[in-house]
Design a protein around this ligand. Structure first.
Ligand SMILES: *Cc1c(COP(=O)(O)O)cnc(C)c1O
Length: 387
């Protein structure tokens, strides 16, 4: 059996007519830059993410970059984030001239450990404290970071709170007072990606920034067009961070199905849990994702393989099962961040995660038989190891 990590064709076949009709409208209009399609999508995403405003941008990476610019983070500033995330989170910090301050993750959720955030911040020198401007928690794999203490800390220290929600559109977090918030609505800026492998994927690159603050909204819209306001008058320097009308047209159609797809992913996660338990693998050979926060949207289903992760990956590949390692090298160990001077052992939880985690197929159209097959093959691998 062949089970790819992600098969977008299965999703597309049912949507083809609707999408082609909408895209044709853009072709006939010949308005490709911003315009009504982008504005409609922005309004819909703002509503979906329970934010007042949303600004369509060119990618999730640019969503992070433009948020940092809007927050006034620049040369010599410090920004706290996770070393266990997609590169863009820290790349954006470095690109505005700031310095990533990495903090290790929670071994269960792979998200920033709030206790370590507090510890790291309180260990900064007074000069460093003054330069600390923002914090970027990442809602990794589709589950929110533990936001309550992070929101409290960012308020106390007057830090910009920028959520990297690229993998978490529609994920929810419950505060201790019972308030439920969606990813991207808890900080000052919520950054989303429409990269095709995200839960809401475009036919190319795209992204969105959400915010509750009207001033930030206006600033983001201006930064997206080189800081112009009005056109050709530049008080600030921005960039070309625009979302294409064509991508917006496609995303508007796909957004209608997002909840259905999320349910499909959650159903698949349950099936995995059942089959892994039945197979007697859970807790012995592998650990399954820990659902700690309220609504996990399963952009990825990531297991921790106690021993032999790379061999298991190869074994599954030979059995036709696509998997991926997110992420094999924590960011503090990346060559480009050598200048930060981190000891490789500075973040042991991230290092361990990079050595043991493996993402299995979780896309909504996966069948029960395929999931069963995948778990059977994982079991076959560990039985082979024994003999
Ligand atoms: C995908 C992703 C990004 C970047 O989004 P792009 O649209 O690919 O630029 C940033 N952060 C995280 C956590 C991501 O998963």
């Amino acid at each position: 059996m062949q089970v790819p990590l992600l098969d977008l064709k299965r999703q597309y076949v049912g949507l083809e007519k609707e999408i082609v009709d909408e895209v044709l409208k853009v072709f006939r209009d010949q308005r490709f830059i911003l315009g009504p399609q982008v504005e409609e999508l922005e309004a819909q995403i703002a509503e979906y993410c329970q934010c007042k405003f949303a600004v369509g941008v060119s990618s999730g990476t640019d969503a992070l970059l433009v948020s940092l610019m809007a927050a006034g983070v620049g040369h010599g500033d410090l920004v706290v984030t996770s070393p266990y995330t997609f590169f863009a989170t820290a790349g954006a910090i470095a690109r505005v001239g700031a310095r990533p301050v990495f903090v290790d993750i929670d071994p269960n959720t792979y998200n920033l450990d709030p206790n370590l955030v507090e510890e790291t911040v309180s260990n900064l020198t007074d000069t460093e404290k003054q330069k600390l401007k923002a914090i970027i928690p990442v809602h990794l794999y589709g589950q929110c970071a533990d936001m309550e203490p992070i929101v409290a800390l960012s308020r106390k220290l007057n830090l910009a709170l920028i959520e990297d929600a690229a993998q978490a559109i529609g994920a929810e977090y419950e505060f201790s007072d019972g308030e439920v918030s969606r990813a991207g609505s808890m900080g000052d800026y919520g950054c989303f990606s429409f990269f095709p492998s995200k839960n809401l994927g475009a036919f190319g690159d795209g992204g969105m920034v959400t915010t509750r603050d009207e001033g930030s909204y206006e600033l983001l819209k201006s930064l997206r067009v080189h800081g112009a306001k009005p056109k050709y008058y530049h008080k600030i320097i921005g960039g070309n961070f625009r979302l294409d009308a064509l991508q917006a047209a496609i995303l508007k159609i796909k957004l209608k199905y997002l909840d259905e797809w999320t349910e499909g992913r959650q159903r698949n996660a349950k099936l995995y849990r059942n089959y892994f338990r039945e197979a007697g693998l859970e807790g012995i050979f592998v650990d399954l994702p820990v659902e700690k926060e309220r609504r996990h949207i399963y952009n990825q289903f990531v297991i921790k393989v106690k021993e032999g992760r790379d061999e298991l990956k190869d074994f599954l590949k030979n059995k036709g099962v696509g998997t991926e390692i997110y992420y094999p090298v924590p960011l503090h160990m990346q060559e480009c961040f050598k200048y930060l001077g981190y000891d490789p052992n500075a973040f042991p939880v991230s290092v361990e995660a990079s050595q043991k985690t493996l993402a299995l197929p979780i896309f909504p159209e996966l069948t029960n038989e395929e999931i069963r097959y995948i778990v059977e093959q994982v079991k076959a691998f560990f039985e082979r190891e024994k003999s």
